[in-house]
Design a protein around this ligand. Structure first.
Ligand code: 13P
Ligand code: SF4
Length: 352
């Protein structure tokens, strides 16, 4: 890491987030499950629809997306996929900002989600009125927001980034001498700041899932598993990130499991990612990083409660009745598209 800069957190009180309970899955026989999947596949075909799922969603949804020519990806690739696929309907299994991003980039397409209430603690903790006032107090700063935000917050920003592209974007802006106002994930912001040495003012938001990883328990786990590599998503707290062998987006962590020689991995991110990791490296041992402190009943319960709202049953209902359509007004979409498109254009220059 480059420098140990002061963590310059904004002096704002963000709202409390109402975290939903984990859903109870309906028991289904193998036959009923196969029938439901066939029913969904038929509806996808008939409606010229494609399923775009995040790595944190249920394994059944991920596998269905793969089997039907859709995609399972991180939030950057989900955004890109929707713009390149010819289907007239995008069905986004993930959280609301992912559906909104798909709609903003593809205003002419119908965008559906299995559950429109699937939000994200970062999005909820960054309401537009508070955030806009914060930006107004720092008019000389370039506003960079994480994709995990509402369309309104994106529209107020200069750049949108995902965890997969935050570092090169901030390096690029730093080279132009720009001062950065960052929101809403304080941990990703601090991590990027430490690597680049850029002065940044950070919105004090965090992810309820990654915030739970415990550094002390992780140290003990590493002692018990000396052959394991530690993989950490940068939304995790500083002391957890400090123990990582690899820090990166969901795609980067899957790639690490596939390519590193280690026989075991300790993984500090949502456990939904294990599905793709197992497919990428079936012989490797995958362990969830501890979320529990002493006396807790759960060793590692890193599951995003909003990602879990996406189920096969809800997906079927959505396709049957077309009710869960994502709406973003054309005026708002026009403004929010600018910083997202800036990110996608920048990503293209990196690929070259
Ligand atoms: P990725 O962009 O790495 O997929 O992360 C999205 C997210 O919500 C992580 O919690
Ligand atoms: Fe948001 Fe965290 Fe869930 Fe990702 S895991 S969608 S950051 S609450």
């Amino acid at each position: 890491m480059k420098k140990n800069l002061q963590e310059n957190l904004a002096d704002v009180t963000i709202p409390d987030v109402n975290v939903p309970p984990h859903p109870v899955h309906l028991a289904m026989s193998t036959r009923e499950l196969a029938q439901l999947k066939e029913h969904i596949k038929t509806m996808l075909r008939r409606q010229d629809a494609v399923l775009v799922a995040h790595y944190y969603t249920d394994a059944l949804l991920q596998d269905l997306a793969d089997e039907t020519g859709g995609c399972v990806a991180d939030s950057l690739e989900m955004a890109r996929f929707g713009t390149t696929h010819p289907a007239r309907t995008l069905v986004v299994a993930g959280v609301r900002f992912m559906g909104e991003t798909a709609k903003i980039l593809n205003n002419e397409k119908r965008v559906l989600m299995p559950d429109l209430n699937a939000t994200c603690s970062l999005d909820e903790g960054c309401p537009i009125d508070l955030f806009a006032a914060f930006c107004d107090r720092h008019p000389d700063h370039t506003v960079v927001v994480y994709a995990n935000t509402s369309a309104e917050v994106k529209a107020r920003s200069d750049w949108v980034v995902t965890s997969g592209i935050a570092l090169p974007v901030i390096r690029h802006l730093a080279a132009r001498g720009e001062k950065i106002l960052w929101g809403p994930d304080r941990h990703l912001g601090r991590y990027v700041q430490q690597l680049t040495g850029v002065e940044m003012i950070l919105w004090p938001g965090s992810c309820v899932v990654h915030e739970e990883f415990k550094a002390g328990a992780l140290e003990e786990m590493c002692r018990r598993h000396p052959r394991a590599a530690v993989l950490v998503h940068p939304e995790s707290p500083r002391e957890v990130v400090a123990q990582a062998d690899v820090i990166g987006s969901t795609t980067a962590l899957i790639e690490a499991v596939r390519t590193l020689p280690h026989p075991e991995f300790i993984i500090a991110t949502d456990a939904g990612i294990f599905n793709k990791m197992r497919q990428a490296a079936p012989d490797k041992i995958l362990l969830g990083a501890p979320t529990a402190g002493e006396g807790a009943s759960c060793e590692s319960c890193a599951r995003c409660p909003w990602m879990e709202m996406n189920t096969l049953e809800k997906l079927a209902r959505t396709l049957e009745n077309g009710h869960n359509e994502v709406e973003v007004s054309p005026q708002l979409a026009t403004r929010a598209r600018i910083p997202i498109q800036r990110m996608l254009d920048f990503a293209r220059t990196l690929k070259k």
